[in-house]
Design a protein around this ligand. Structure first.
Ligand SMILES: [Zn+2]
Length: 249
């Protein structure tokens, strides 16, 4: 709830709750002023991507080459998605919370992450008709019990009012983790043909603009393979919004 629309009662109630359970930094558990936020020390450790980026894949640029500039990789071999953006650089500091959400049941991190995704992805959200998470294969979902990207997507749908369509994209190949692949070519091969849109959901995808939610963009191969499947099934455009992105020097 935004502060501006809180009623006096809600403010008073929030005050009482904060007295009983003061909000804590989502990472280090130090007391903080606002719920679902970071303490200044944790905040300063994370590298938020807020400067000039590749218009296509969101890769941060060292120098501002002007609006509409794409990186070398996107010019040489354009990905299937139209645009991708991420909030954080994937490094030792951001790895902790990102992996905690993925493997350690830290679903309490979702509201804070959704708030950041909302802010960073405002433009992408405005141009989307539906929110779709990057799916896990059902075997992996069974092992992990939840899909971190689906949890983020659900929170984003709730915040934005856009419909959540978690079944539109299906992972039909139980691919090994992209992190274990030795090269970009291996990552691409790994996810080739891994995604599909079920035949009975294709009609609902025709001409629609999809916002795909992922946790980490490594080379963008997974996002690109997902976007390819969505577009082949009729999606007009695919935007990608991720928590973190690998930035190679
Ligand atoms: Zn790029």
């Amino acid at each position: 709830m935004e502060r501006g629309v809180q009623t006096g009662f809600q403010r008073a109630w929030r005050g009482l709750v904060d007295l009983a359970y003061p909000p804590l930094c989502i990472l280090c558990r130090e007391p903080v002023a606002d719920p679902d936020s970071l303490c200044p020390a944790c905040w300063s450790e994370l590298q938020f991507i807020d400067g000039p980026v590749c218009v296509r894949c969101g890769l941060p640029f060292e120098i501002d080459a002007g609006p509409g500039t794409a990186c070398g990789a996107c010019i040489a071999d354009p990905p299937h998605f139209d645009r991708a953006r991420a909030i954080l650089r994937y490094d030792d500091a951001s790895k902790k919370p990102v992996l905690a959400l993925k493997h350690a049941d830290r679903l309490d991190l979702v509201p804070a992450f959704a708030k950041w995704l909302d802010r960073a992805g405002r433009e992408l959200l405005a141009g989307a008709d539906m929110i779709v998470p990057v799916p896990l294969h059902r075997m992996r979902l069974w092992k992990r019990r939840y899909n971190q990207s689906a949890e983020l997507a659900r929170a984003m749908a709730r915040r934005s009012g856009l419909p959540l369509e978690p079944l539109v994209l299906e992972r039909v190949k139980p691919t090994p983790s992209q992190g274990t692949m030795p090269s970009a070519a291996a990552r691409r091969k790994n996810v080739a043909g891994a995604f599909r849109v079920p035949a009975d959901l294709r009609a609902g995808l025709k001409g629609r603009r999809v916002l795909l939610i992922d946790d980490v963009l490594t080379t963008g191969a997974t996002a690109s393979a997902s976007a390819r499947a969505l577009k082949r099934a009729g999606a007009a455009s695919v935007f990608v919004l991720a928590l973190a992105r690998v930035v190679r020097a």
